[in-house]
Design a protein around this ligand. Structure first.
Ligand code: GLN
Length: 387
């Protein structure tokens, strides 16, 4: 350890280490079955690994173009055209990013000014509010409440001011597993019509939507697409969260600003991974079958937990489902999660971590992005909880 006199003036004084790192470390220490992080513990396609290997062997080991490999941008634009009937310009409206996180960060940094307000819904993925705060902007938080976590559109309307620069959405939603409906889209369209509000839409679980529901991407709706930055992730779609490759779609004028940040934050995403992903994108089954793949996992975990005393909330999409335990214990969700790790050997995430003020509804988040044996073993341990 260095002896240093520096105590920097923190830009994020209220922020600690992200909950996903804290819980993953605890899970490792107690060798708990890890149903916490939304990261698969099963392998990605062998072909994808081979494609990356072949790209490296073919010498594709230097910088990719700043905006992304043309073949990959073409594949992304073709997918948006096929699935969402939206025609993004391959050169100017599609950018490959070094993760969806980088896309969100670049978009917020490029488009949000000091003094601006950004509407954000809680529970919120834990990076959103710090990214807004770092710009000197004000997060205007609208709380979604159990059990349905529906967006209170009248409250959204009441919170729109001349300073509202951006509205941050996430569908399917982490951590609640809710998805936006056609009614939500109608409300959103009416509320933003005639304003200059930018929608930043985190759609990293776009291919994980259950029970035949439609993914209401902003890309689907011309009036919304014209004011939206749509962010998504190859990591979530192709089981390679460690590759850190995502992308964003936006109209040219917005994208030009986003690229000004991206070019200096990362310059470009990993080259061999982009070659590999472009080849896998030629096989749409990989993403078209993903909803069914994860629905089976959701159902397996739901059935396996039927004998547990936890009260499960239905999940409509994403890698996650919520469970309430307030009828079992007076503990905070953090204390309950800690006890589940230490005494029951199962790691989950306390939902209070997704609220800036730590709102605790005695709900935990379970990730079912795990192989079936892990889901069954985790559920078996949770079934030993006593009511
Ligand atoms: N998005 C994933 C989750 O919510 C992983 C986040 C992370 O580890 N940074 O669990």
């Amino acid at each position: 350890m260095l002896h240093s006199a520096f105590t920097p003036h923190s830009k994020l004084p209220d922020v600690g280490t992200t909950i996903f790192t804290v819980i993953s470390q605890l899970a490792a220490r107690y060798q708990a079955i890890n149903l916490s992080q939304g990261a698969p513990n099963f392998p990605c396609s062998n072909d994808l690994v081979r494609y990356a290997h072949e790209a490296m062997q073919a010498g594709h080991n230097q910088y990719a173009p700043m905006s992304g490999l043309p073949a990959l941008r073409e594949a992304i634009a073709a997918k948006a055209a096929t699935l969402y009937s939206q025609h993004y310009d391959v050169d100017d409206e599609v950018t490959v990013m070094a993760s969806a996180s980088e896309a969100l960060f670049s978009a917020i940094t490029a488009l949000v000014h000091p003094g601006d307000e950004v509407l954000v819904f809680e529970p919120a993925f834990d990076s959103y509010i710090p990214m807004i705060t770092l710009q000197g902007a004000t997060p205007v938080v609208i709380k979604l409440a159990a059990p349905d976590f529906a967006i209170p559109w009248d409250e959204v309307a009441a919170n729109i001011t001349p300073r509202t620069r951006m509205l941050l959405l996430n569908t399917p939603h982490n951590p609640t597993g809710t998805v936006l409906s056609a009614t939500d889209i109608a409300q959103l369209t009416a509320l933003t019509n005639g304003t200059d509000i930018i929608i930043l839409s985190d759609e990293v679980y776009e291919h994980v939507v259950f029970d035949g529901a439609l993914h209401h991407s902003m890309s689907r709706y011309p009036a919304l697409a014209a004011r939206s930055v749509v962010v998504t992730s190859f990591g979530k779609t192709f089981h390679v969260t460690g590759w850190r490759v995502g992308y964003c779609l936006a109209p040219q004028a917005l994208m030009a600003e986003i690229r000004k940040v991206h070019q200096f934050a990362m310059f470009a995403a990993d080259t061999p991974m982009q070659y590999a992903l472009a080849r896998l994108m030629a096989e749409p089954a990989h993403y078209l079958e993903l909803s069914a793949f994860y629905q089976q996992k959701r159902d397996l975990l739901t059935q396996a937990l039927a004998a547990s005393p936890l009260r499960l909330h239905p999940s409509q999409g994403s890698f996650f489902m919520l469970a309430s335990f307030g009828h079992l214990s007076d503990e905070s969700d953090s204390a309950f999660v800690q006890r589940l790790i230490v005494e029951n050997g199962v790691a989950t995430i306390p939902v209070s971590a997704f609220y800036r003020d730590g709102t605790d509804q005695q709900i935990i988040r379970l990730s079912f992005a795990k192989d079936d044996a892990t889901l069954l073993a985790g559920a078996e341990r949770l079934c030993r909880l006593t009511a």
